[in-house]
Write a protein that binds this ligand. Structure first.
Ligand SMILES: [Zn+2]
Length: 276
């Protein structure tokens, strides 16, 4: 999860659309389609505010086809492989390389090739839990939009560790202290974007945490909290503030029993002899 610079300016998006609209089949739809692009940007893609553009089935089909024919091409490929991403901007996983529609193309084919609606994401986001969900039952429940929701430049979630640290349960929750409306959105986002691959990955990161802290505790002489601080700083720099690992480390930091458990295990790890 994280904020992201939009891949194209409004003017360039409109220029792209204008070139699409030169196709004879599309010409009669110039006004509503252009308006739909403007509306999308005005409301930052918010599905609760987007007025559905009324296109008939044959045009909807043609709009979808546009994406199919272009998905491997230059501009969409550049979004897919946006440089400098530390984690998936949608879910925070360490993998990237896929493309996701913020508003699903099946429901909003008019935005199938709108760059502001196309996000670099991981394959889990593109094929997994989110599917065609784009808003919840309660007004305001929607996904975070990395191009428009700048809140993700701050920490927005963590993994709460419940139960005994020897057999912990993990729950993805918003960071404490967030405004009510933001909290509503983030709860919806977490509940609908993190699937079973996330659960497996967190269990793995957790079980490997003693190894990750062992060198600092055994050789550098840091205590558990200091070693965790150091690992957290390194994680934020290399994987992002709202990455899976950073969210788990915030959960460990907030749970004394969990931190003590990890630190005690780290002190007992047999360090492997790794050299360059
Ligand atoms: Zn993802």
């Amino acid at each position: 999860m994280g904020p992201l610079k939009r891949p194209m300016s409004n003017a360039d998006e409109d220029k792209k659309l204008a070139s699409i609209l030169t196709k004879p089949d599309f010409v009669p739809h110039t006004v509503p389609w252009t308006q739909a692009y403007a509306d999308y940007r005005n409301v930052c893609g918010d599905p609760w505010q987007i007025s559905p553009a009324v296109f008939q089935p044959p045009i909807r089909k043609a709009q979808l086809k546009l994406y199919i024919s272009r998905q491997g091409g230059g501009p969409l490929k550049r979004i897919r492989y946006t440089p400098g991403l530390l984690c998936c901007p949608m879910c925070g996983s360490p993998s990237r390389g896929s493309l996701d529609h913020y508003l699903p193309r099946e429901d909003f084919p008019e935005f199938a090739v709108l760059p502001a609606n196309l996000l670099p994401a991981c394959s889990l986001c593109n094929s997994g839990a989110k599917g065609r969900t784009f808003k919840g039952a309660i007004s305001g429940e929607r996904f975070l939009h990395p191009y428009f929701d700048t809140c993700a430049k701050d920490k927005i979630w963590r993994i709460r560790i419940d139960g005994h640290p020897a057999a912990p349960l993990f729950a993805a929750v918003p960071e404490p202290g967030l405004a009510k409306s933001l909290r509503l959105m983030i709860v919806f986002h977490l509940d609908n974007i993190l699937g079973t691959a996330f659960e497996t990955a967190i269990a793995t990161i957790w079980s490997n945490l003693p190894e990750a802290l062992a060198d600092d505790i055994q050789n550098v002489g840091l205590n558990g909290k200091q070693a965790l601080d150091r690992h957290y700083r390194d994680t934020v720099v290399t994987q992002g503030l709202n990455s899976w690992r950073a969210a788990l480390l915030r959960g460990v930091n907030a749970n004394d029993a969990a931190l003590d458990h990890v630190a005690a295990a780290a002190a007992k790890v047999t360090l492997p002899d790794i050299k360059f």
